[in-house]
Design a binder for this molecule. Structure first.
Ligand code: ADP
Ligand code: MG
Length: 371
Protein backbone atom coordinates (compact mmCIF):
# COMPACT_ATOMS: atom_id res chain seq x y z
CA UNK A 1 0.00 0.00 0.00
CA UNK A 2 1.38 3.41 -0.84
CA UNK A 3 -1.42 5.58 0.57
CA UNK A 4 -3.99 5.23 3.38
CA UNK A 5 -6.69 7.68 4.48
CA UNK A 6 -8.06 7.41 8.03
CA UNK A 7 -10.61 9.43 9.96
CA UNK A 8 -10.75 9.80 13.73
CA UNK A 9 -13.61 11.52 15.57
CA UNK A 10 -13.65 14.17 18.24
CA UNK A 11 -15.66 13.52 21.37
CA UNK A 12 -18.02 14.95 23.90
CA UNK A 13 -17.50 13.97 27.50
CA UNK A 14 -21.01 13.34 28.81
CA UNK A 15 -19.77 13.38 32.40
CA UNK A 16 -16.57 12.85 34.39
CA UNK A 17 -14.29 15.86 33.97
CA UNK A 18 -10.82 16.15 35.52
CA UNK A 19 -11.17 12.56 36.67
CA UNK A 20 -8.85 10.99 34.09
CA UNK A 21 -5.49 12.13 35.45
CA UNK A 22 -6.81 11.53 38.98
CA UNK A 23 -7.59 7.85 38.44
CA UNK A 24 -11.39 8.24 38.40
CA UNK A 25 -14.27 7.56 35.99
CA UNK A 26 -15.43 9.34 32.85
CA UNK A 27 -18.09 8.67 30.21
CA UNK A 28 -17.26 10.23 26.82
CA UNK A 29 -18.70 9.40 23.39
CA UNK A 30 -17.27 9.86 19.91
CA UNK A 31 -19.11 12.37 17.67
CA UNK A 32 -19.64 12.77 13.92
CA UNK A 33 -17.08 15.57 13.54
CA UNK A 34 -13.51 14.46 13.05
CA UNK A 35 -10.09 14.69 11.45
CA UNK A 36 -8.89 12.93 8.32
CA UNK A 37 -5.27 12.10 7.55
CA UNK A 38 -3.94 10.74 4.29
CA UNK A 39 -0.54 9.09 4.73
CA UNK A 40 1.59 8.36 1.70
CA UNK A 41 4.85 6.40 1.86
CA UNK A 42 7.88 8.07 0.29
CA UNK A 43 10.93 6.44 -1.21
CA UNK A 44 13.31 8.59 0.87
CA UNK A 45 13.59 9.56 4.56
CA UNK A 46 11.74 12.85 4.31
CA UNK A 47 8.63 13.68 6.33
CA UNK A 48 6.26 16.38 5.12
CA UNK A 49 3.19 17.46 7.07
CA UNK A 50 0.43 19.69 5.84
CA UNK A 51 -2.86 20.68 7.48
CA UNK A 52 -5.66 22.62 5.87
CA UNK A 53 -5.90 24.47 9.21
CA UNK A 54 -2.47 26.12 8.92
CA UNK A 55 -0.65 27.80 6.03
CA UNK A 56 2.82 26.37 6.64
CA UNK A 57 4.05 22.98 5.40
CA UNK A 58 6.52 21.28 7.73
CA UNK A 59 9.35 19.42 6.07
CA UNK A 60 11.92 17.38 7.96
CA UNK A 61 13.54 13.95 8.05
CA UNK A 62 12.82 10.80 10.04
CA UNK A 63 16.00 11.60 12.03
CA UNK A 64 14.41 14.88 13.17
CA UNK A 65 11.71 12.96 15.06
CA UNK A 66 13.51 13.16 18.39
CA UNK A 67 12.51 14.90 21.62
CA UNK A 68 15.14 17.57 20.92
CA UNK A 69 13.79 17.97 17.38
CA UNK A 70 10.40 19.17 18.66
CA UNK A 71 11.84 22.50 19.71
CA UNK A 72 12.17 23.58 16.09
CA UNK A 73 8.58 22.63 15.17
CA UNK A 74 5.46 24.81 15.17
CA UNK A 75 3.12 23.83 18.03
CA UNK A 76 0.57 22.03 15.88
CA UNK A 77 3.23 19.95 14.08
CA UNK A 78 4.30 18.49 17.44
CA UNK A 79 0.99 16.63 17.77
CA UNK A 80 1.69 14.93 14.43
CA UNK A 81 5.44 14.42 14.78
CA UNK A 82 4.80 13.23 18.35
CA UNK A 83 2.75 10.31 17.01
CA UNK A 84 5.56 9.36 14.61
CA UNK A 85 8.10 9.70 17.44
CA UNK A 86 6.02 7.57 19.84
CA UNK A 87 5.41 5.00 17.08
CA UNK A 88 9.12 4.64 16.41
CA UNK A 89 9.75 4.36 20.17
CA UNK A 90 7.22 1.50 20.13
CA UNK A 91 9.18 -0.23 17.38
CA UNK A 92 7.26 0.82 14.26
CA UNK A 93 9.50 0.86 11.17
CA UNK A 94 8.46 4.05 9.41
CA UNK A 95 9.19 4.98 5.81
CA UNK A 96 9.47 8.62 4.75
CA UNK A 97 5.95 10.08 4.81
CA UNK A 98 3.73 12.73 3.29
CA UNK A 99 0.84 13.48 5.66
CA UNK A 100 -2.12 15.60 4.61
CA UNK A 101 -4.58 16.55 7.35
CA UNK A 102 -8.08 17.96 7.13
CA UNK A 103 -10.66 18.44 9.88
CA UNK A 104 -14.18 19.67 10.49
CA UNK A 105 -13.59 19.90 14.26
CA UNK A 106 -13.13 23.29 15.88
CA UNK A 107 -9.70 23.51 17.53
CA UNK A 108 -9.27 24.20 21.21
CA UNK A 109 -12.99 24.16 21.99
CA UNK A 110 -13.13 21.05 24.15
CA UNK A 111 -14.14 18.55 21.45
CA UNK A 112 -10.72 16.85 21.41
CA UNK A 113 -9.36 18.05 18.09
CA UNK A 114 -5.86 17.24 19.35
CA UNK A 115 -6.73 13.58 19.98
CA UNK A 116 -8.63 13.30 16.68
CA UNK A 117 -5.49 14.60 14.95
CA UNK A 118 -3.19 12.15 16.73
CA UNK A 119 -5.51 9.17 16.24
CA UNK A 120 -6.11 9.88 12.55
CA UNK A 121 -2.33 10.07 12.00
CA UNK A 122 -1.77 6.85 14.00
CA UNK A 123 -4.46 4.88 12.15
CA UNK A 124 -3.41 6.17 8.72
CA UNK A 125 0.29 5.46 9.29
CA UNK A 126 -0.48 2.18 11.09
CA UNK A 127 -2.64 1.11 8.15
CA UNK A 128 0.10 2.10 5.73
CA UNK A 129 2.66 -0.21 7.33
CA UNK A 130 0.17 -2.99 8.18
CA UNK A 131 0.13 -2.59 11.94
CA UNK A 132 -2.86 -4.31 13.57
CA UNK A 133 -5.83 -1.96 14.02
CA UNK A 134 -8.38 -4.43 15.40
CA UNK A 135 -10.25 -3.53 18.63
CA UNK A 136 -7.73 -5.41 20.78
CA UNK A 137 -4.84 -3.31 19.50
CA UNK A 138 -6.55 0.02 20.07
CA UNK A 139 -5.82 0.52 23.75
CA UNK A 140 -2.04 0.40 23.18
CA UNK A 141 -2.56 2.67 20.17
CA UNK A 142 -4.41 5.17 22.37
CA UNK A 143 -1.50 5.06 24.84
CA UNK A 144 0.88 5.79 21.98
CA UNK A 145 -1.18 8.81 20.91
CA UNK A 146 -1.43 10.04 24.49
CA UNK A 147 2.36 9.84 24.75
CA UNK A 148 2.59 12.05 21.68
CA UNK A 149 0.35 14.64 23.34
CA UNK A 150 1.90 14.62 26.80
CA UNK A 151 5.58 14.05 26.05
CA UNK A 152 5.94 15.61 22.61
CA UNK A 153 3.27 18.31 22.32
CA UNK A 154 3.66 19.10 26.03
CA UNK A 155 -0.06 18.99 26.96
CA UNK A 156 -0.43 17.07 30.25
CA UNK A 157 -3.79 15.48 29.38
CA UNK A 158 -5.10 12.27 30.86
CA UNK A 159 -5.84 9.90 27.98
CA UNK A 160 -9.64 9.93 27.79
CA UNK A 161 -9.79 11.59 24.37
CA UNK A 162 -7.53 9.12 22.56
CA UNK A 163 -9.36 6.09 23.99
CA UNK A 164 -12.80 7.25 22.89
CA UNK A 165 -11.60 8.50 19.51
CA UNK A 166 -10.22 5.00 18.81
CA UNK A 167 -12.89 2.90 20.58
CA UNK A 168 -16.16 4.83 20.22
CA UNK A 169 -19.27 2.98 19.00
CA UNK A 170 -22.56 4.28 17.57
CA UNK A 171 -25.23 4.71 20.28
CA UNK A 172 -22.69 3.98 23.02
CA UNK A 173 -20.56 5.94 25.41
CA UNK A 174 -17.27 4.54 26.69
CA UNK A 175 -16.90 4.11 30.44
CA UNK A 176 -13.23 4.56 31.28
CA UNK A 177 -11.91 3.72 34.74
CA UNK A 178 -8.56 5.40 35.06
CA UNK A 179 -7.81 3.55 38.29
CA UNK A 180 -6.93 0.48 36.23
CA UNK A 181 -7.31 1.79 32.62
CA UNK A 182 -10.26 -0.55 32.03
CA UNK A 183 -12.94 0.37 29.50
CA UNK A 184 -16.53 -0.72 28.91
CA UNK A 185 -18.96 0.39 26.19
CA UNK A 186 -22.21 1.60 27.77
CA UNK A 187 -25.41 1.87 25.69
CA UNK A 188 -26.46 5.51 25.29
CA UNK A 189 -29.61 5.38 23.13
CA UNK A 190 -30.11 9.13 22.81
CA UNK A 191 -31.70 8.96 19.35
CA UNK A 192 -34.21 6.32 20.49
CA UNK A 193 -35.10 8.54 23.44
CA UNK A 194 -35.66 11.52 21.11
CA UNK A 195 -32.73 13.39 22.62
CA UNK A 196 -29.68 15.21 21.29
CA UNK A 197 -26.64 16.70 22.94
CA UNK A 198 -26.37 20.37 22.07
CA UNK A 199 -22.75 21.53 22.12
CA UNK A 200 -22.30 25.26 22.60
CA UNK A 201 -18.81 26.51 21.81
CA UNK A 202 -18.24 29.73 23.73
CA UNK A 203 -15.49 30.66 21.29
CA UNK A 204 -12.97 31.18 24.08
CA UNK A 205 -10.23 28.68 23.26
CA UNK A 206 -8.43 26.69 25.91
CA UNK A 207 -4.79 25.91 25.14
CA UNK A 208 -4.08 22.73 27.04
CA UNK A 209 -0.40 22.78 26.04
CA UNK A 210 0.00 26.04 28.00
CA UNK A 211 2.06 24.91 31.02
CA UNK A 212 0.87 27.80 33.21
CA UNK A 213 -2.82 27.59 32.30
CA UNK A 214 -5.64 26.61 34.64
CA UNK A 215 -5.60 22.98 33.51
CA UNK A 216 -1.94 22.45 34.43
CA UNK A 217 -2.51 24.30 37.71
CA UNK A 218 -5.42 22.01 38.66
CA UNK A 219 -3.29 18.98 37.92
CA UNK A 220 -0.60 20.29 40.27
CA UNK A 221 -3.15 20.97 43.00
CA UNK A 222 -4.53 17.44 42.72
CA UNK A 223 -1.04 15.92 42.81
CA UNK A 224 -0.29 17.97 45.92
CA UNK A 225 -3.53 16.86 47.60
CA UNK A 226 -2.83 13.20 46.75
CA UNK A 227 0.72 13.51 48.14
CA UNK A 228 -0.66 14.98 51.38
CA UNK A 229 -2.89 11.93 51.72
CA UNK A 230 -0.01 9.61 50.89
CA UNK A 231 -1.76 8.38 47.73
CA UNK A 232 -0.38 8.08 44.20
CA UNK A 233 -3.57 9.61 42.78
CA UNK A 234 -6.41 11.61 44.26
CA UNK A 235 -9.09 9.32 42.82
CA UNK A 236 -7.98 6.62 45.27
CA UNK A 237 -9.05 8.74 48.27
CA UNK A 238 -12.14 7.88 50.34
CA UNK A 239 -14.71 10.56 51.16
CA UNK A 240 -13.62 10.60 54.81
CA UNK A 241 -10.06 11.44 53.69
CA UNK A 242 -11.28 14.93 52.78
CA UNK A 243 -11.18 16.08 56.39
CA UNK A 244 -7.46 15.25 56.47
CA UNK A 245 -6.77 17.99 53.92
CA UNK A 246 -6.14 21.23 55.83
CA UNK A 247 -6.10 23.52 52.85
CA UNK A 248 -9.53 24.66 51.56
CA UNK A 249 -8.39 24.60 47.93
CA UNK A 250 -7.04 21.06 48.12
CA UNK A 251 -10.19 19.89 49.90
CA UNK A 252 -12.45 21.47 47.29
CA UNK A 253 -10.51 19.94 44.37
CA UNK A 254 -10.62 16.52 46.04
CA UNK A 255 -14.35 16.86 46.74
CA UNK A 256 -14.98 17.41 43.03
CA UNK A 257 -12.82 14.48 41.95
CA UNK A 258 -14.54 11.99 44.29
CA UNK A 259 -18.09 13.24 43.68
CA UNK A 260 -17.59 13.37 39.91
CA UNK A 261 -16.71 9.67 39.69
CA UNK A 262 -19.79 8.85 41.77
CA UNK A 263 -21.89 10.94 39.37
CA UNK A 264 -20.58 8.92 36.41
CA UNK A 265 -21.93 5.76 38.05
CA UNK A 266 -25.22 7.49 38.83
CA UNK A 267 -25.62 8.56 35.19
CA UNK A 268 -25.07 4.98 33.99
CA UNK A 269 -27.78 3.79 36.40
CA UNK A 270 -30.18 6.52 35.26
CA UNK A 271 -29.57 5.78 31.55
CA UNK A 272 -30.26 2.09 32.15
CA UNK A 273 -33.55 3.10 33.82
CA UNK A 274 -34.41 5.40 30.86
CA UNK A 275 -34.65 8.26 33.38
CA UNK A 276 -33.33 11.10 31.26
CA UNK A 277 -34.47 13.87 33.58
CA UNK A 278 -32.34 12.30 36.28
CA UNK A 279 -29.42 12.07 33.84
CA UNK A 280 -29.86 15.77 33.15
CA UNK A 281 -29.95 16.75 36.81
CA UNK A 282 -26.71 14.83 37.44
CA UNK A 283 -25.07 16.68 34.51
CA UNK A 284 -26.11 20.00 36.05
CA UNK A 285 -24.75 18.90 39.44
CA UNK A 286 -21.45 18.13 37.72
CA UNK A 287 -21.36 21.67 36.37
CA UNK A 288 -21.98 23.14 39.81
CA UNK A 289 -19.06 21.13 41.15
CA UNK A 290 -16.76 22.15 38.29
CA UNK A 291 -17.74 25.78 38.78
CA UNK A 292 -17.50 25.83 42.58
CA UNK A 293 -15.12 23.19 43.91
CA UNK A 294 -12.93 22.94 40.83
CA UNK A 295 -13.06 26.60 39.69
CA UNK A 296 -12.80 25.46 36.06
CA UNK A 297 -15.74 27.37 34.59
CA UNK A 298 -16.07 30.80 32.99
CA UNK A 299 -18.94 33.31 33.01
CA UNK A 300 -19.80 32.35 29.41
CA UNK A 301 -19.92 28.62 30.23
CA UNK A 302 -22.08 29.32 33.30
CA UNK A 303 -24.44 31.41 31.20
CA UNK A 304 -24.75 28.70 28.54
CA UNK A 305 -25.51 26.08 31.21
CA UNK A 306 -27.99 28.16 33.21
CA UNK A 307 -29.81 29.34 30.09
CA UNK A 308 -30.03 25.85 28.59
CA UNK A 309 -31.65 24.48 31.76
CA UNK A 310 -34.09 27.41 31.97
CA UNK A 311 -35.00 26.91 28.29
CA UNK A 312 -35.95 23.27 28.67
CA UNK A 313 -32.78 21.15 28.63
CA UNK A 314 -32.84 18.17 31.02
CA UNK A 315 -29.41 19.29 32.20
CA UNK A 316 -26.18 20.94 31.10
CA UNK A 317 -22.51 21.23 32.00
CA UNK A 318 -19.18 22.41 30.73
CA UNK A 319 -17.33 19.61 28.95
CA UNK A 320 -13.73 18.77 28.19
CA UNK A 321 -11.87 20.54 30.96
CA UNK A 322 -13.34 24.04 31.07
CA UNK A 323 -11.38 27.30 31.25
CA UNK A 324 -13.15 28.22 28.01
CA UNK A 325 -14.27 25.77 25.35
CA UNK A 326 -17.72 24.21 25.18
CA UNK A 327 -20.79 23.41 27.23
CA UNK A 328 -23.19 20.55 26.53
CA UNK A 329 -26.90 20.33 27.14
CA UNK A 330 -29.06 17.19 27.08
CA UNK A 331 -32.15 18.30 25.18
CA UNK A 332 -35.29 16.76 23.67
CA UNK A 333 -34.68 17.01 19.93
CA UNK A 334 -37.68 19.29 19.38
CA UNK A 335 -36.41 21.76 22.03
CA UNK A 336 -32.86 22.00 20.65
CA UNK A 337 -33.48 25.05 18.49
CA UNK A 338 -35.34 26.91 21.25
CA UNK A 339 -32.49 26.22 23.70
CA UNK A 340 -29.95 27.34 21.14
CA UNK A 341 -31.87 30.58 20.49
CA UNK A 342 -32.21 31.26 24.22
CA UNK A 343 -28.43 30.88 24.67
CA UNK A 344 -27.78 33.23 21.73
CA UNK A 345 -30.12 35.83 23.22
CA UNK A 346 -28.54 35.53 26.68
CA UNK A 347 -25.02 35.87 25.24
CA UNK A 348 -26.03 38.96 23.26
CA UNK A 349 -27.71 40.53 26.30
CA UNK A 350 -24.60 39.98 28.45
CA UNK A 351 -22.17 41.20 25.79
CA UNK A 352 -20.49 37.83 25.10
CA UNK A 353 -19.37 37.04 21.54
CA UNK A 354 -21.95 34.94 19.66
CA UNK A 355 -21.41 31.22 20.41
CA UNK A 356 -21.47 28.36 17.88
CA UNK A 357 -23.83 25.40 18.30
CA UNK A 358 -23.77 21.82 17.09
CA UNK A 359 -26.01 18.87 17.90
CA UNK A 360 -24.22 15.54 18.28
CA UNK A 361 -24.97 11.87 18.91
CA UNK A 362 -22.67 8.94 19.75
CA UNK A 363 -20.79 7.76 16.62
CA UNK A 364 -18.14 5.21 15.68
CA UNK A 365 -14.44 5.50 16.50
CA UNK A 366 -11.51 5.89 14.11
CA UNK A 367 -11.43 3.88 10.89
CA UNK A 368 -9.47 3.50 7.69
CA UNK A 369 -11.56 5.13 4.94
CA UNK A 370 -9.59 4.36 1.82
CA UNK A 371 -6.36 2.78 0.67
P1 ADP B 1 -8.98 20.47 21.83
O1 ADP B 1 -8.32 19.11 21.77
O2 ADP B 1 -9.99 20.56 22.92
O3 ADP B 1 -9.53 20.90 20.52
P2 ADP B 1 -6.28 21.25 22.48
O4 ADP B 1 -5.70 22.50 23.04
O5 ADP B 1 -6.06 19.99 23.20
O6 ADP B 1 -7.84 21.51 22.24
O7 ADP B 1 -5.70 21.01 21.02
C1 ADP B 1 -5.79 21.99 20.00
C2 ADP B 1 -4.50 22.00 19.23
O8 ADP B 1 -4.36 20.78 18.44
C3 ADP B 1 -4.45 23.11 18.18
O9 ADP B 1 -4.00 24.33 18.77
C4 ADP B 1 -3.45 22.55 17.18
O10 ADP B 1 -2.11 22.72 17.65
C5 ADP B 1 -3.75 21.06 17.19
N1 ADP B 1 -4.70 20.70 16.13
C6 ADP B 1 -5.97 20.27 16.27
N2 ADP B 1 -6.56 20.04 15.07
C7 ADP B 1 -5.65 20.33 14.13
C8 ADP B 1 -5.64 20.31 12.67
N3 ADP B 1 -6.72 19.93 11.96
N4 ADP B 1 -4.51 20.68 12.05
C9 ADP B 1 -3.41 21.04 12.76
N5 ADP B 1 -3.36 21.10 14.11
C10 ADP B 1 -4.46 20.75 14.80
MG1 MG C 1 -7.14 18.23 23.22
Amino acid sequence: MTSVTARAPGRVNLIGDHTDYNGGLCLPFAIGLGTTTTARARGDNRVRVRSTAFPEVWTGRLDDLTLAGREAMPGWVRYVAGVLWAAREAGWELPGLDLVIDSDLPRGSGLASSAALECSVAVAVGGLIDRPLDPGSRQPLAALCRRAETEYAGAPTGGMDQLVSLLGRPDHALLIDFADSSIRPVPLPLARAGLVVLVTDTGAGHELADGDGGYAQRRRECDEAAAMLGLPRLGLAWPDDLSRLDDDVHRARARHVLAESARVEDVITAVAADDWERVGSILTASHRSLRGDYAASTPALDLAVDTAVEAGAHGARLTGGGFGGSAIALVPEERALAVQNAIDAAFAADGHPAPTHRTVLPCAGAAVLAT
